[in-house]
Write a protein that binds this ligand. Structure first.
Ligand SMILES: NC(=O)c1ccc[n+]([C@@H]2O[C@H](COP(=O)([O-])OP(=O)(O)OC[C@H]3O[C@@H](n4cnc5c(N)ncnc54)[C@H](O)[C@@H]3O)[C@@H](O)[C@H]2O)c1
Length: 381
């Protein structure tokens, strides 16, 4: 960013007319948070679209990057049209980046989806994306509603895989199977593939929860049942409470007066984002039960302080969270947590109990170390 800024290719401003004065392409990427009824709230997108229309000074392509419900392009077009004195072309260009890998994913996308309605927009957008698809990754051109739908369908599928694997892992737990083997066993089937098959404490973040809600709402509005996605959502809510059960399994039902060391607050590694994070559900439940918590996160501590204040204690390093704790609970799969000094962990905890919400550690190794170890869908040690 610094290099591109210095070399004059990138600049930042909070002055919208200045930002769009010379732009040929304008990307709208503001938030689309869930409204009260679960549908995506378009107010920020429409406000920006209106301003774009009012301030544009030449023919432009207005690109929607924000995740918006199918059919939003009509509303966005109407908002631009209110003040537009020049021709404009709409494009739906949903974003598939993974939070925490945004730059890498943008530079090397698996595919680029472009929903278009004019040849002018097609030409301009192909030029914009040409440098990023030189390795032959496809640019998929389609109509605008299909592009809008593609984003929701992608997130719906990914969330479905997560909830599916979480339920399979829970069943493994009860029936004595090991989800690590099961995951590899199904993932090597080319029809299934390896990614997004890792069980965990439930999905969170700014996208899956809101996009699944919005998709279910879209179905309800047009009378189409989306039972699978409804179940994905409720399975996820249940999964977010799983770690409390696991902690009780390790420490007994009475958590009052117990202290828990928590590694990881962000909803996923590589980000400080705590929106809908499973850590928040866990923290609320533990505090309700009378436990105390000392938490560490490599990136989200500052954010956590604003959300949680002095309801919990914070540790600047992961080891500092451990003294006096009855159990270590791993919530986020940060690389920093993958290979800790286990002897030190054991020595510092009040008792050697680890509840691993991300299956980061080897069950056999934990057994050898004498750690009482509980993970998800695998035998306990
Ligand atoms: N975060 C992701 O990984 C991701 C991935 C794919 C798609 N998306 C979609 O991208 C959109 C943005 O997501 P996000 O996570 O970046 O949201 P965010 O809430 O982190 O960021 C949105 C930004 O828009 C700004 N904004 C709001 N109204 C504005 C206005 N009128 N003028 C100028 N700026 C304004 C906000 O200040 C904020 O900085 C959403 O629709 C989301 O679904 C996000």
């Amino acid at each position: 960013m610094e290099r591109n800024q210095k070399e004059g290719r990138l600049s930042f401003t909070t002055d919208l007319p200045e930002a769009i004065a010379s732009a040929e392409v304008i990307f709208i990427a503001v938030g689309t948070p869930p409204g009260e009824d679960g549908s995506a709230d378009l107010k920020h997108v429409l406000k920006v679209a209106e301003l774009v229309g009012r301030h544009m000074t030449r023919e432009v392509v207005v690109v929607t990057k924000s995740t918006v419900p199918v059919g939003s392009a009509g509303k966005i077009g109407a908002a631009v049209a209110k003040g537009a004195k020049f021709q404009y072309h709409l494009c739906s260009n949903p974003e598939f980046l993974k939070e925490g890998d945004a730059v890498e994913d943008f530079m090397r996308p698996d595919r680029v989806v472009l929903g278009l309605a004019s040849e002018y927009a097609r030409k301009v957008m192909m030029e914009v994306y040409a440098p990023f698809v030189r390795t032959g990754k496809p640019v998929l051109i389609m109509d605008i509603p299909s592009a809008e739908m593609t984003k929701y369908a992608a997130n719906g599928m990914l969330a479905t895989r997560i909830s599916f694997m979480n339920e399979i892992a829970n069943l493994c737990d009860k029936l004595g199977a090991n989800v690590d083997f099961v995951r590899r066993g199904i993932g090597s089937d080319a029809r299934i593939g390896q990614s997004f098959l890792f069980p965990g404490p439930g999905y969170g973040g700014s996208c899956f929860p809101k996009d699944i809600k919005a998709l279910v709402k879209m179905g309800a509005e047009c009378g189409v049942a989306l039972d699978v996605l409804g179940a994905v959502e409720s399975a996820n809510e249940r999964q977010k409470r799983l770690l409390v059960k696991k902690i009780k399994c390790a420490l007994g039902d009475r958590l009052k007066g117990r202290r828990v060391a928590l590694w990881g607050l962000a909803f996923k590694a590589g980000t400080d984002d705590m929106r809908e994070a499973p850590s928040l559900t866990l923290i609320d439940a533990l505090l309700d039960e009378g436990a105390s918590i000392c938490a560490h996160d490599p990136a989200a501590l500052e954010h956590a302080r604003t959300l949680l204040g002095n309801r919990i204690d914070y540790a600047e390093t992961n080891y500092e969270a451990l003294p006096g704790a009855d159990a270590l609970v791993v919530v986020t799969d940060w690389n920093e947590y993958r290979h800790p000094d286990f002897e030190r962990v054991k020595r510092t905890l009040k008792q050697p109990v680890i509840v691993d919400g991300r299956n980061l550690y080897d069950v056999e190794k934990m057994r050898e170390l004498g750690v009482r170890y509980h993970s998800i869908g695998r035998p306990s040690a």
